[in-house]
Design a protein around this ligand. Structure first.
Ligand code: FO1
Length: 311
């Protein structure tokens, strides 16, 4: 069994490669829900949807989120009624949010709703939200405290970041199976996702860090930072705001208490020594995932290196 900790686009691309390397039913993906947002009375889980759509072959590959070929008629009409339309919700995507919201209203947990949606889209991978409880990432800026999506999408990450607040992290417990999957997997992969607002949220939940330290499985991470910058998303802005140097080495330091193996990009070879000095096995390869071949290569490489560590 393999368990992966995942955020949105970077993780989804990696996992698209992983399902070509391991059977879907041997893979569990624990997904960040700190980015979840309620809009138009609907529960939207962007990272869960990005992973689900990507693995189901439905994602808009260029954007990395949303459904390919989607139309935006419903959103346009909502705009005419005077609603804010800064979050691009396509018509097909809206169907997912309506379905999820109805399932939740019937009394299902987010885990159960996610399971139902992923099965309906033909997936055998087990996708689980990190928690079933309300957990939201807020960004403290010079313009005030704002929801992560408001900071990233509405305001285009242009405000000065003063801090990051996880609302709910103190109380929220991981959803059923999160701890078990980590403890019982042979390999646990920390996907190339934002270490603060994607992986950091999962790590902040009660018992997750401890489980990663205690598991007999090999914990293997893939750096989301290449030559001092993320390929996508605001990881650099958020790391700088927390006075963390933007480098693969810094990410390794954030994970040092549980990480066995770290895969970094060829371009970051010069950091091998300092990462190794943390007691982590470091490997370099191409981590830029443009084609399916790149994704399969990175997933296979990471899994092979983790397997070598098991011996
Ligand atoms: N990202 C954007 O940059 N602009 C959008 O309008 C947008 C809409 C959107 C709708 C559904 C969905 O599942 C994701 C969406 N995303 C959008 C991506 C999302 O905001 C972030 O990339 C993730 O939350 C970060 O992992």
């Amino acid at each position: 069994m393999i368990t992966a900790l995942a955020g949105g686009v970077g993780a989804a691309r990696f996992l698209q490669g992983a399902i070509k390397v391991v059977p879907q039913n041997e893979l569990t993906v624990i997904v960040n829900t700190g980015d979840d947002i309620e809009l138009f009375g609907l529960h939207i889980s962007p990272d869960i949807d990005i992973v689900t759509y990507t693995l189901a072959g439905l994602v808009d590959e260029e954007k990395g989120w949303g459904v390919k070929g989607d139309s935006f008629n419903c959103l346009k009409m909502l705009g005419r009624y005077g609603y804010e339309t800064w979050f691009q919700l396509g018509d097909m995507d809206l169907a997912t949010h309506i379905h999820r919201t109805l399932l939740l209203r019937k009394g299902m947990s987010l885990s159960e709703a996610t399971y139902k949606i992923s099965r309906s889209l033909g997936l055998k991978v087990k996708i689980i939200p990190m928690t079933n409880e309300k957990f939201r990432t807020f960004i403290k800026t010079d313009k005030g405290l704002m929801h992560f999506q408001e900071f990233l999408v509405k305001r285009k990450a242009k405000d000065k970041v003063l801090g990051i607040v996880f609302k709910g992290s103190g109380k929220a417990k991981p959803s059923p199976d999160v701890i078990n999957s980590i403890i019982n997997s042979e390999i646990i992969i920390i996907c190339p996702s934002n270490p603060i607002v994607s992986i950091g949220t999962i790590l902040s939940l009660r018992g997750v860090r401890e489980a990663l330290k205690e598991t007999c499985g090999v914990v293997a991470g893939v750096s989301p930072i290449i030559r001092g910058a993320p390929l996508k998303g605001p990881a650099d802005i958020l790391m700088k705001a927390l006075n963390i140097d933007v480098s693969a080495y810094s990410v390794a330091k954030l994970y040092r208490d549980f990480l066995d193996v770290f895969v970094i990009d060829n371009q970051d070879r010069d950091q091998i020594k300092e990462i190794a000095s943390l007691g982590i096995k470091v490997y370099t390869t191409n981590t830029i995932m443009k084609t399916l071949k790149d994704k399969v290569h990175l997933a296979r490489f990471t899994i092979e290196k983790a397997k070598q560590c098991m011996k």
